[in-house]
Design a binder for this molecule. Structure first.
Ligand SMILES: [Zn+2]
Ligand SMILES: [Zn+2]
Length: 242
């Protein structure tokens, strides 16, 4: 999540063409024989009245060939499970549950046909600090109540692992958001970048020195004569109830 371009190695087991029989499924020194049931056609015809029904040969399952003595390594399947390591490039700004298609990285095709594709479903791990919101990223930052009231500058981490200085304006309330332009996720469709949303969590002190408590009591004394705007609104609404 933090790197601009992420290269990731994944290990998976693919059924590769057996290196002993080279995919034929026949034991070394032997080769597959023409299916006697369908005579190599791979399908059988059955006549039912006016109709002729063609079905896949039940003996060779459509291959037209049969293996009399199967290869010991792959038991005649022509494939053998093999571990492979594939390097994938995770595009910046990728969203959870995105499916990446890796052309030609799948299992080999039947009868020498080109290999299929490999689909990789990306799952984005949750981060301890950042939460994704579209192209924006939300970062909750605790700010002591006195600092929120007076205004301050705080240090905030960004997705590119830089620490930036963010100005918290005077009188910032709990959950208020300070947006930092262009510090979010790059837009997958190339429409610039999202923003970093610094969400201020105003912290009320739980432990105070006697001096701090003294000052706060003094502050509270003054508050009585000076009702805060939110409180004022609340009281006005309360009066309206009766
Ligand atoms: Zn084999
Ligand atoms: Zn057959």
């Amino acid at each position: 999540m933090l790197q601009p371009v992420l290269k990731k190695k994944i290990e998976l087991t693919k059924r590769e063409v057996c290196d002993v029989c080279h995919g034929s499924g026949a034991r070394a020194g032997t080769s597959p024989v023409t299916c006697p049931y369908c005579k190599g056609k791979g399908e059988v015809q059955q006549s039912q009245g006016f109709f002729t029904l063609r079905t896949t040969c039940p003996k060779c399952h459509g291959a037209g060939k049969m293996i009399e003595s199967p290869c010991t390594k792959c038991s005649g399947s022509g494939r053998y499970p093999k571990k492979s390591i594939i390097s994938i490039q995770v595009p910046p700004g990728v969203e959870d549950s995105t499916r990446l298609r890796l052309t030609g990285q799948g299992e080999p095709g039947e009868n020498g046909a080109p290999p299929g594709d490999l689909y990789c479903d990306i799952h984005v791990k949750p981060h301890s600090i950042f939460k994704r919101q579209g192209d924006d990223v939300v970062c909750e930052v605790p700010v002591p109540f006195a600092q929120a009231a007076l205004g301050c500058t705080i240090e905030v981490p960004t997705l590119t692992s830089n620490i930036i200085q963010v100005k918290i304006p005077r009188g910032t309330q709990n959950n208020e958001v300070v947006p930092i332009r262009g510090e979010g996720f790059p837009n997958l469709h190339g429409y610039g970048k999202g923003n970093l949303l610094v969400q201020v969590i105003v912290e009320v002190p739980t432990k105070m020195t006697s001096r701090q408590e003294e000052l706060l009591r003094e502050f509270a004394e003054l508050e009585k004569k000076n009702v805060s705007p939110r409180q004022k609104k609340f009281f006005e609404k309360m009066k309206g109830l009766f």
